[in-house]
Ligand binder design. Structure first.
Ligand SMILES: C[S@@+](CC[C@H](N)C(=O)[O-])C[C@H]1O[C@@H](n2cnc3c(N)ncnc32)[C@H](O)[C@@H]1O
Length: 265
C-alpha cells in the first residue's frame, strides 16, 4: 500500500479521539512515516555504536559502505549500498536491518549457506544482499518504487547469480516466480498500522511449519502490539538469545525474534 501524504493537520479533530492509540492512528493517516522520522537512533545523537552511517532524511543517491559482522572479524563481508530517500522510506538503511544483517553474518552457516531465503520489505535490499553474500539463494522484495534501487544494489555488489529482485506487495497475490523459502527475513516492517493485516497475510501464505522467520523490529509506539495480536493467531515467536549485540540493541527498543507457524491441530 502506498499512502499519499496529502492531508492537512487542519482536518484533525482531537475531540473525537478517546485514547492514545486512536490518536496515533489519526496522526498516522495524516503522515504514515512520522514514527520513522522520530527515530532517535538515527538523529543527532552519538553514533559511535552504529554500523550504518548516519543518513539524513534528505539523502539523495549516495553510496555507503558497510561491513558485517561489526566486530572487526577477519571473515567480515563488505556491502556497497546505494541509498536514496526519493523512492520512499525503504530507500535508506534502517536500524533493525542493520541488526539482522549483523546477526546473519555471525551465524552464516546456521541461517544462510545453501538455503532458499526471501526478504519482505527489503528497501535497499541490505539484509538480503548480506544473506546472498553468505551463501543463500535469495529473493529480495518490496513495492514497485523500490525495485530500481534494489536492482542497482544487486549489481553494485555483483550478486546477480544469488540475489533476485521481485515486486511483492503485502496482502496481494504472491508472484509466481517466488519459491517457498526455508527462511523469511523481515526488518523494520512494523510501523504503519493499516499494513499490519497485509503483512501477516503474506507471512501466513509463505510459511509452512518448517519455515523459519527472522523478524527484527524496533518498537516505536503502543499500537505496534496490534501487529503481534494478529500474528499470534497462527504464529509463535521467541527472542533470539545467542546474539552478542543483543544488550546493545535492546537499549534502542529493537528485538530480534524467531517466528514460526503454530503446529496445525
Ligand atoms: C522502514 S523500511 C525498512 C527497509 C529495510 N527492511 C531496512 O531494514 O532497511 C520498510 C519497508 O517496508 C516496505 N513496505 C511498506 N509497506 C509495504 C507493503 N504493503 N508491501 C511491501 N512492502 C512494503 C517499504 O517500502 C520499505 O522498504
Amino acid at each position: 500500500m502506498i499512502v499519499p501524504i496529502n492531508s492537512s493537520l487542519a482536518d484533525f479533530d482531537p475531540s473525537v479521539l478517546s485514547d492514545e492509540i486512536a490518536l496515533d492512528e489519526a496522526l498516522d493517516a495524516l503522515d504514515p512515516l512520522r514514527h520513522l522520522r522520530g527515530d532517535t537512533s538515527l538523529g543527532d545523537d552519538d553514533h559511535s555504536q552504529s554500523i550504518v552511517p548516519v543518513q539524513p532524511r534528505s539523502i539523495q543517491d549516495e553510496l555507503i559502505r558497510l561491513s558485517f559482522p561489526d566486530c572487526g572479524s577477519s571473515t567480515a563481508i563488505h556491502i556497497v549500498l546505494r541509498v536514496d530517500a526519493g523512492p520512499g522510506c525503504g530507500g535508506i538503511a534502517w536500524p533493525a536491518g542493520e541488526v539482522l544483517a549483523n546477526y546473519l553474518a555471525l551465524r552464516r552457516e546456521r541461517y544462510c549457506t545453501g538455503r532458499t531465503i526471501l526478504e519482505l520489505g527489503s528497501g535497499t535490499g541490505l539484509v538480503g544482499l548480506v544473506a546472498g553474500q553468505l551463501g543463500g539463494k535469495v529473493w529480495i522484495t518490496d513495492q514497485a518504487p523500490l525495485l530500481d534501487i534494489m536492482h542497482a544494489n544487486v549489481k553494485l555488489n555483483q550478486l546477480d547469480s544469488s540475489v533476485t529482485v521481485s515486486e511483492l506487495s503485502w496482502g496481494e497475490a504472491l508472484p509466481h516466480e517466488i519459491p517457498r523459502p526455508d527462511l523469511i527475513l523481515a526488518a523494520d516492517c512494523v510501523y504503519f498500522e493499516p499494513t499490519f493485516p497485509l503483512l501477516v497475510k503474506t507471512i501466513s501464505e509463505l510459511a509452512t511449519e518448517q519455515t523459519e522467520i527472522l523478524f527484527c523490529y524496533k518498537k516505536r509506539r503502543k499500537a505496534d502490539k496490534h501487529f503481534f495480536t494478529l500474528l499470534k493467531k497462527e504464529f509463535n515467536w521467541k527472542e533470539i538469545e545467542d546474539d552478542p549485540s543483543r544488550e546493545r540493541y535492546s537499549r534502542e527498543a529493537i528485538s530480534l525474534l524467531m517466528v514460526y507457524r503454530k503446529p496445525r491441530k
